[in-house]
Design a protein around this ligand. Structure first.
Ligand SMILES: [Zn+2]
Length: 423
C-alpha cells in the first residue's frame, strides 16, 4: 500500500499508511520477547506521537483508542499529547518473577507493563514515548453480600483486610492486552500466518501491518483487558507455604452489576471474593481476575439474542438445549480462548492455587496445562444459584464442568430443568 490523500476538518490531508515499510518504525527498537533484562527485551512503543519509534501493530487503550480518535477528530485532544506520568507509578511492585522469562509462559500481556517508568527511564529521557500497559493501585470495595457473610460469621471484620463497616482493602491492577503473535499462534495450535490473516480479515482490514509486516511481532488488539483484585499480604501470592485462593471471572454485566437471575455470575464472583477473604485472613492471599469477555466473548448483543431464542424455543428454556441455542446464533458456543488466560497468573508469579473457585473445565485445563497446580476446586454452593439459573448450571455440569460430589444430571433429568418464560 502506498499513500493516499483524504479530506478531514475541511482541509486536505496527506495519509501515510503505516504498512509502507520505509515509513514505519525506521528508528524502532527491537523486541526480544521473553528476555530477562527489560532493556534487552525492548520497550513496547505503541504511542502515535512519533511513528518512527513504533515497534508494534495497534495502539494503547484497547477498544478505547476509538474514543481517543473521536477526541482528536473533534479537536478536544492534541494528536501528539504525551501523558504526564508524575506520581502514576504502581503502589506496590509485582515481579519480576521467573515465569516472566522465556517466550512461552506469557504471550498476551507485557510483564514489564507496570514498570516502564522505572526500567525504560533512559529511553524515555532519549525521547521515546513509552507508556504503561499495566497500572496498579489500591482501593476499598463494598458489596452487600459480604456484609451478610460477616453477619453470618463466615468472614470477620479484622480491621486490616476488612475494615469495620465492611470495607474490603484491595490492591488492583488494570492490564491492557499486548500480544506476542508467534506465542499466541503457538498457544492456539495454529500458524502465525493464519492468525495474522484472520485478525486482518475479521477486523475489516483495520491493521494492514498484520499481513504486510511479518517482522513486527507484537500487536495491541482493540479489545477489553483484565482487572486483577488482590487481597491480603501480596507476598503470600508466591509463597510456597501460604495458601492462595483464586477466581478467574469472565465479565457478565447483566449479573455482575445488575443482578440478573438468569445465570450464576455475580453469586459465584461474590463467593470467590469470600473465599479470597477467608484465605487472606488465614495468612494467605486471594486473587480475583476479571476478564472483559462479555457473553463468553461473543458480546452482549449475541447474548441477549440467545436469551430470547432460549426462552421462545419449543419446549421452553431447557438445560438440555442450553448450548445449542448459542451455537445457532453465534455459530460457536464459546470464544473466550482460556488458553491465553493463565498469562496473568504467570505475571503474578503464581505456581500453586490452593482454592480455585470455578467449575469451568476449560479454565482448569488451561491453568494446569500452563504448569500451575490446582489443589482444590470450589463449586458454587446450591443455595447461591438463582432459580432461573438452574438451566445454565446444570447444562454446564452435563457438558463436563466440575460438579463436586453431586455430579451431573442424566439426560432425562437435564431435559426437566426448565427456566422461566420471557416475562
Ligand atoms: Zn452471567
Amino acid at each position: 500500500m502506498t499513500e493516499q490523500t483524504a479530506k478531514g476538518n475541511g482541509r486536505s490531508r496527506h495519509i501515510i499508511l503505516t504498512s509502507h515499510p520505509s515509513r514505519f518504525g525506521s528508528q524502532a527498537l527491537p523486541i526480544e520477547w521473553g528476555a530477562t533484562d527489560p532493556l534487552k527485551r525492548g520497550p513496547i512503543v505503541a504511542s502515535l506521537s512519533d511513528p518512527e519509534h513504533r515497534n508494534v501493530i495497534g495502539t494503547h487503550s484497547g477498544a478505547y483508542a476509538i474514543y481517543r480518535a473521536l477526541a482528536v477528530a473533534s479537536g478536544s485532544l492534541q494528536a501528539d499529547h504525551r501523558p504526564d506520568l508524575t506520581d502514576t507509578s504502581p503502589v506496590t511492585s509485582i515481579g519480576p518473577h521467573p515465569s516472566w522469562v522465556g517466550a512461552d509462559k506469557i504471550v498476551s500481556l507485557d510483564p514489564f507493563g507496570a514498570l516502564v517508568g522505572e526500567v525504560y527511564q533512559p529511553l524515555i529521557q532519549q525521547g521515546y514515548d513509552i507508556r504503561p500497559t499495566i497500572a496498579v493501585t489500591q482501593a476499598h470495595i463494598q458489596m452487600p453480600e459480604l456484609q451478610e457473610a460477616v453477619q453470618k460469621g463466615r468472614i470477620a471484620e479484622d480491621g486490616k483486610i476488612m475494615k469495620p463497616g465492611g470495607d474490603l482493602v484491595v490492591t488492583k491492577a488494570a492490564i491492557e492486552p499486548v500480544w506476542y503473535l508467534p506465542g499466541v499462534a503457538q498457544r492456539l495450535g495454529i500458524t502465525e500466518a493464519d492468525l495474522r490473516y484472520a485478525l486482518f480479515e475479521q477486523t475489516g482490514g483495520m491493521f494492514p501491518e498484520l499481513v504486510t509486516r511479518p517482522d513486527i511481532q507484537v500487536f495491541l488488539p482493540p479489545i477489553g483487558g483484565i482487572t486483577v483484585y488482590m487481597l491480603g499480604d501480596l507476598n503470600a501470592i508466591t509463597h510456597p507455604d501460604r495458601p492462595l485462593a483464586v477466581r478467574v471471572h469472565d465479565e457478565c454485566n447483566g449479573s455482575d452489576v445488575f443482578g440478573s437471575d438468569i445465570c450464576t455470575c455475580r453469586p459465584y464472583l461474590v463467593h470467590g471474593i469470600e473465599a479470597c477473604i477467608q484465605t487472606a485472613q488465614a495468612g494467605g492471599a486471594g486473587v480475583i481476575v476479571y476478564f472483559r469477555k462479555e457473553g463468553r466473548a461473543l458480546g452482549e448483543v449475541t447474548k441477549f439474542l440467545v436469551y430470547n431464542a432460549r426462552k421462545r424455543q419449543a419446549g421452553g428454556d431447557r438445560a438440555d438445549a442450553y448450548f445449542t441455542r448459542t451455537e445457532c446464533v453465534a455459530g460457536v458456543q464459546d470464544v473466550r480462548f482460556q488458553e491465553l488466560m493463565p498469562d496473568v497468573l504467570h505475571w503474578l508469579g503464581i505456581s500453586r492455587i490452593d482454592r480455585f473457585v470455578s467449575m469451568s473445565d476449560m479454565k482448569y485445563n488451561a491453568i494446569t496445562h500452563a504448569g500451575i497446580e490446582i489443589v482444590e476446586r470450589v463449586p458454587i454452593p446450591d443455595e447461591l444459584v438463582p432459580a432461573d439459573a438452574k438451566v445454565e448450571i446444570e447444562a454446564k455440569k452435563a457438558a463436563g464442568y466440575f460438579s463436586g460430589s453431586a455430579g451431573a444430571l442424566t439426560a432425562e433429568a437435564l431435559a426437566r430443568i426448565q427456566g422461566r418464560d420471557l416475562i
